[in-house]
Design a binder for this molecule. Structure first.
Ligand code: ATP
Length: 379
């Protein structure tokens, strides 16, 4: 537990949730709004004119590489840091305004905070940890609410246990239940699954998603993991260097990326350069529609490996034709290294094929391109 997290837990209950008597009514308008937020730490721009809102019941993922400013935005929402410019609203209430004197401390914001570490009270039972943020409820109501949340997370048998006997994943679920217990206006989750091993992480993500949706809780989730964002989010905001590069539904972001950074951030890509002619760019896999780019523009074409469909050709080994370099089974998909020919040029490309498809080294192949996963940008 970091010193700051210890302080937070001591200052206000439930690991960052202000104590409330009963579930809050759903606020009108956005659950959270960050308006024109800018902030610098010395020479680092952590936030540059950020405008972001989370709707009631919506789960918004802030996605980006380490150091891009995700946690800083979450801290502005929680009231753990004051932005140098801009405003923060929770529900219809102004929480902070850099231009004026408005400032609401974290314990009065009715937010639920969950960090990468569970930060439980070691001397309290699981049940009492979850009920800690509900001091104004009767003991009976508090117990009912806590047990109901524990049951939703499969933790009912551990209600009387103490945190030290729980696994890391179970502790993280208790932290979630505790943050949710007072029905916060918004849950702020900062990489809550990143300390868990892969299989456990998948289960807890799934449990968390269902819990948040069942409770209709607006949530801002910070993550650097694109798969996690796709799995969890109703909407994703992709960040880089303190700026939001693109925001939209997971399908928008994945299938209609507006910037090469967004394409690359979601995984491996095959890159080809060319010049737009007749509204297209010639690639070793055939012509790709250049969209709005005008003829003569130098272009980069980013092609996702799953856009390549590989078929084995019958016939002898012929290195003047596209062929297989190596195949690996990844589990649900196969990863194939290809030598792709275009005239006298050779390109090393990657293909993902569903299921078990493992052509041998040197096998001659035909390749079909799914243009919906090929994206053209100015070079
Ligand atoms: N209190 C601080 N003092 C100085 N620089 C800071 C402070 N807090 C954050 N920064 C810097 O601001 C930038 C954004 O940091 P932030 O923690 O918000 O990024 P992040 O995207 O959450 O990264 P990570 O995923 O690694 O946590 C980084 O360059 C970081 O070093």
């Amino acid at each position: 537990m970091s010193a700051e997290q210890h302080d937070l837990v001591s200052r206000f209950p439930a690991g960052g949730v202000a104590a409330v008597q009963a579930p809050c009514p759903t606020p009108s308008g956005e659950a959270l709004q960050l308006e024109s937020i800018s902030h610098r730490f010395d020479t680092v721009t952590a936030a540059e004119d950020i405008n972001l809102s989370v709707e009631p019941e919506e789960l918004l993922c802030l996605l980006g590489p380490s150091g891009c400013g995700k946690t800083t935005l979450l801290r502005f929402a929680a009231g753990l840091e004051r932005p140098q410019q801009g405003r923060v609203r929770i529900g219809s209430n102004l929480m902070s305004d850099a231009a004026g004197s408005t400032w609401t401390p974290p314990e009065q914001r009715q937010v639920g905070l969950v960090f990468q570490d569970a930060v439980l009270f070691p001397h309290l039972s699981v049940l009492d940890n979850v009920g800690f943020g509900l001091p104004k409820m009767s003991a009976r109501e508090r117990e009912q609410r806590s047990r109901a949340l524990l049951a939703q997370l499969g933790l009912a048998p551990f209600a009387e246990s103490f945190p030290h006997v729980l696994s890391g994943g179970q502790q993280q679920r208790v932290a979630l239940a505790r943050a949710l217990a007072p029905s916060p206006r918004i849950m702020l989750l900062d990489e809550p699954f990143s300390g868990l091993d892969a299989r456990l992480r998948d289960r807890i993500r799934d449990d968390t998603l269902h819990l948040l949706k069942r409770n209709g809780t607006a949530t801002l989730l910070v993550t650097h993991d694109p798969e996690e964002a796709l799995f969890m989010a109703d909407r994703i905001a992709v960040m880089r260097d303190g700026r939001i590069v693109q925001q939209g539904t997971p399908t928008d972001i994945y299938c209609n990326p507006q910037d090469p950074f967004v394409v690359r951030f979601f995984g491996d890509v095959n890159e080809v350069r060319g010049v737009v002619g007749d509204g297209r760019v010639e690639t070793p896999l055939g012509p790709v529609d250049a969209g709005h780019l005008t003829d003569g523009t130098n272009a980069q074409v980013l092609i996702r490996p799953e856009a390549l469909s590989v078929e084995k050709r019958s016939g002898p080994i012929d290195h003047s034709h596209s062929h297989v370099l190596m195949s690996r089974l990844l589990g649900g998909a196969s990863f194939i290294h290809l030598c792709v020919h275009q005239g006298n040029d050779e390109f090393h490309m990657h293909a993902h094929m569903p299921g078990v498809f493992l052509p041998q080294r040197d096998d001659p192949i035909d390749i079909h391109l799914d243009q919906s996963q090929a994206f053209v940008f100015p070079a």
